[in-house]
Design a protein around this ligand. Structure first.
Ligand code: PEP
Ligand code: MN
Length: 337
């Protein structure tokens, strides 16, 4: 449930409520919005309901949260959250583009791609160092060497970097290099991994699972936020359907729906959703139009030679062209780029 504080309630009054919750073994999650201060109470419902909150100084009302996810719901927090990654902000007015190769392959590839990404206006750089591959015989990523090249690319360009963490044993290592931790589609319901990144300071990009509902994605995000890490960005990356013409089916309706249900930012990954480079531009524009907070796209200096996901990667030139198109569209949709 939520304890809604009166306008102008003091820090002391807020602390008294939090102390009461702790006394009955409940968790207290404080949300201080511009207009409202709300304390989310999570724990034994019966024990919490015995506390006479309404009689306490500074308390306005007590409201149950009806959704199964609590902290990520818009019931808990009406204002949209803004997640900052270095100088880049997700969830504000700006439409943010994350660009980079599927996998880090070499210093030359990474630095050239990073410079092109920055020059055309990307707000962040991507690149996989640990790759979750369907086949154990496919390229698995460069591991820590790849993380070092991402850090180098950041140094060269100033762009913050996001990279996937596939295993709880790697969380500290990946967090020591990356500015944002990516949880891939295949790990969206790896609850131990979610709890682990929930204890990190670095923001987390959580990709929708291949066969997961929107509610399941929000429940997964709840694991991370509940652990104390409020910096979560969701990512719609296509879901499995009967359609085989595309790698997955991009569920663009997920974006406005998530905006109704949750305060978390959400971006779209048209690369993994479609598997086809020729569909990236139209669906990126679609993502902008439906109100996504950004996109993540795969780009490569020579997609035909890419070690991973070449067919869905834009060349650096195609990417720059798309950025120009998005920049001209954004103002018409009330967005900045
Ligand atoms: C990726 O973005 O590198 C990736 C592997 O995507 P997904 O987890 O969505 O398949
Ligand atoms: Mn990929």
């Amino acid at each position: 449930m939520m304890i809604v504080m009166r306008d102008g309630s003091s820090d002391e009054q807020v602390q008294t409520v939090i102390d009461k919750l702790h006394e009955v073994g409940a968790e207290a999650h404080l949300s201080r919005g511009e207009f409202k201060t709300i304390i989310g109470a999570i724990g034994d419902r019966e024990r919490i309901s015995l506390i006479p909150f309404e009689a306490m100084d500074g308390v306005d009302s007590v409201v149950p949260i009806m959704k199964p996810y609590k902290l990520v719901s818009r019931e808990f927090r009406q204002e949209f959250s803004v997640v900052k990654v270095g100088p880049t902000e997700f969830g504000g007015e700006s439409f943010v583009v994350i660009a980079g190769p599927c996998a880090v392959e070499s210093e030359e590839q990474m630095v050239a791609t990073a410079k092109a990404a920055r020059d055309a206006g990307a707000g962040m750089l991507r690149g996989g160092a640990f790759k979750p591959r369907t086949s154990p015989y496919s390229f698995q990523g460069m591991g820590e060497e790849g993380l070092k090249l991402l850090a180098l690319a950041r140094e060269e360009t100033g762009l913050p970097v996001v990279t996937e963490v596939v295993d709880v044993r790697h969380v500290d290592l990946v967090a020591s290099y990356a500015d944002m931790l990516q949880i891939g589609a295949r790990n969206m319901q790896n609850f131990l991994l979610l709890a682990e990144v929930g204890m990190q300071e670095k923001p987390v990009m959580l990709k929708r699972g291949l066969s997961n509902t929107i509610e399941e994605m929000l429940m997964a995000a709840e694991y991370v936020v509940r652990g104390g890490n409020a910096g979560v960005i969701l990512c719609e990356r296509g879901i499995r359907t009967f359609e085989t013409a595309t790698r997955n089916t991009l569920d663009l309706s997920c974006v406005p729906l998530v905006k109704e249900l949750s305060h978390l930012p959400i971006i779209v990954d048209p690369s993994h959703a479609t598997g086809k480079h020729e569909l990236i531009a139209p669906l990126s524009k679609g993502a902008l139009a439906v109100g996504a907070d950004g996109i993540m796209i795969e780009i490569h200096p020579d997609p035909r030679a890419a070690l991973c996901d070449g067919p869905q990667s834009l060349t650096l030139e195609e990417y720059a062209l798309l950025m120009d198109e998005l920049r001209s569209l954004a103002p018409a949709l009330g967005r900045k780029m």
